[in-house]
Design a protein around this ligand. Structure first.
Ligand SMILES: C[S@@+](CC[C@H](N)C(=O)[O-])C[C@H]1O[C@@H](n2cnc3c(N)ncnc32)[C@H](O)[C@@H]1O
Length: 417
């Protein structure tokens, strides 16, 4: 099979309309593998018409949704992560300026109440959380989260989301979990930081002030979207669903899919959010189930065949790696295939993906997608771009070095015949 040659571009430079990838609500909450918004914007400008309907079946932090809503597109987002239910409503607000003003002041009072109220009984929330905290902080956060759970049903949904977001951030920052890395683990650096914080004369005052500062940031970033009052398009999302067996008849006909599937080798995005999931009260079995459905950790019922995918399979040879390899391609391609059944004729499939290494062998994932869709599923090749990864601005003040040491990411654009 002859493969197309990528055109080398820099989407950061190519897309003039976006100066900073953290603009609007893009950096509202940390996600280990965000798109840069320039890539989504490029796809919308280049391959779509205003008013069309776009899907991201691996929506992560919702970069596609934010760009689509602000640029005049209806959008649908799916992700296995159930926590996204708390982030999306703030990232892509469907409320008015007045509702937001009211919710913001309510969120301030609610946060204060959550911090200062003494509940009758402090709940332990989840037995697996104490591992991540020194005792004083564990007890403190149990009290705070007990208050949140006891009071939330009496509050406005927008302010509940805002306070949940503050609590996620402070509970993570004041834990032993290394919050500046995609993986969830206890680092020496973080343990030392927490020990130092515990010696502060008023650590709980510090936590409270941090919470208010976060709320202010949230306000500022949501304000940038609220200014567009009335012009924001509609976004619908399904958080906590598996895209590889989702019933896509629940969504209308699509004009375009813009997505970046998970990385091939064990990124464990869900694990990054485990603390947050435990505090918010997602039952342990549900967390486990979502983690087991995360690509590529499930046994694949069969394997994807093709010239390139078979050749690399043979070169890798190692059983444990091939288990991931087969699972990755099976479930990722099933999700893309099922989703693309909702694409109208001439609809576009835009996939951004890198070339990770397995046993030192580079796996050009775009080639597997290309051969699967162009050869076997009736798609036409439109474009292939190679974008060098400089760094990823994931969150104010935090950069993600090249994931898995990859130098570039590839944007493959196909059209449904
Ligand atoms: C590379 S990230 C996407 C990041 C997104 N483009 C953004 O800008 O934030 C891949 C996403 O796929 C999700 N994912 C993994 N397995 C999934 C599955 N079986 N169904 C749906 N989503 C899944 C992960 O939770 C992760 O958010």
């Amino acid at each position: 099979m002859i493969y197309p040659k990528p055109k080398v571009v820099s989407f950061r430079e190519k897309v003039n309309g976006i100066k900073k990838s953290t603009y609007l609500t893009h950096s509202l909450y940390y996600h280990p593998a965000k798109f840069i918004p320039q890539i989504v914007r490029f796809c919308l400008d280049e391959y779509c018409k205003k008013g069309e309907t776009i899907l991201d079946p691996f929506a992560g932090s919702g970069t596609m949704g934010v760009e689509a809503a602000t640029q005049g597109f209806e959008s649908y987002m799916l992700d296995i992560n159930p926590l996204l239910d708390y982030f999306y409503p703030l990232k892509i607000p469907s409320f008015s300026k007045e509702e937001w003003e009211k919710a913001y002041y309510e969120a301030r009072d609610f946060f204060k109440e959550v911090i200062h109220r003494e509940p009758k009984v402090v709940k332990r929330i989840n037995d697996n959380i104490n591992y991540w905290y020194p005792e004083e902080l564990y007890n403190y956060f149990c009290k705070v989260w007990t208050n949140f759970h006891e009071l939330k049903d009496k509050k406005n949904k927008i302010s509940v989301n805002a306070v949940a977001l503050i609590l996620f951030r402070i509970s993570k920052y004041y834990s032993y979990a290394e919050h500046s890395m995609p993986k969830l683990f206890i680092s020496k650096r973080k343990r030392a930081l927490i020990e130092k914080k515990l010696k502060e004369p008023d650590i709980f005052g510090l936590i409270e002030r941090m919470g208010f500062a976060i709320l202010k940031d949230v306000k500022q970033s949501v304000d940038t979207l609220i200014e567009l009052d009335g012009k924001l398009k509609h976004t619908k999302y399904f958080a906590g669903v598996d895209s590889s067996d989702f019933d896509f008849s629940k969504i209308p006909e699509l004009d375009c899919i813009i997505t970046s599937p998970p990385y091939l080798q064990a990124q464990e995005y869900m694990r990054t959010f485990k603390l947050e999931m435990m505090w918010i009260g997602i039952p342990q079995e549900k967390i486990k189930e979502a983690m087991s459905k995360e690509i590529p950790f499930r046994e694949a019922p069969s394997r994807i065949r093709g010239e390139y995918v078979d050749k690399i399979r043979e070169e890798i040879g190692r059983k444990d790696l091939l288990r991931l390899y087969d699972s990755y391609f099976w479930f990722t391609l099933k999700a893309l295939e099922n989703a693309s059944k909702r694409l109208r004729k001439k609809g576009k499939l835009c996939v951004l993906i890198g070339n990770p290494k397995m046993k030192g062998i580079e796996v050009e994932i775009w080639k597997v997608i290309y051969e699967h869709f162009v050869k076997d599923s009736g798609f036409k090749f439109i474009d292939l771009f190679e974008d060098e990864i400089v760094y990823r601005k994931l969150f104010t003040g935090r950069n993600n070095q090249n994931p898995q040491g990859m130098k570039s990411e590839y944007l493959l654009v196909l059209e449904k015949n």
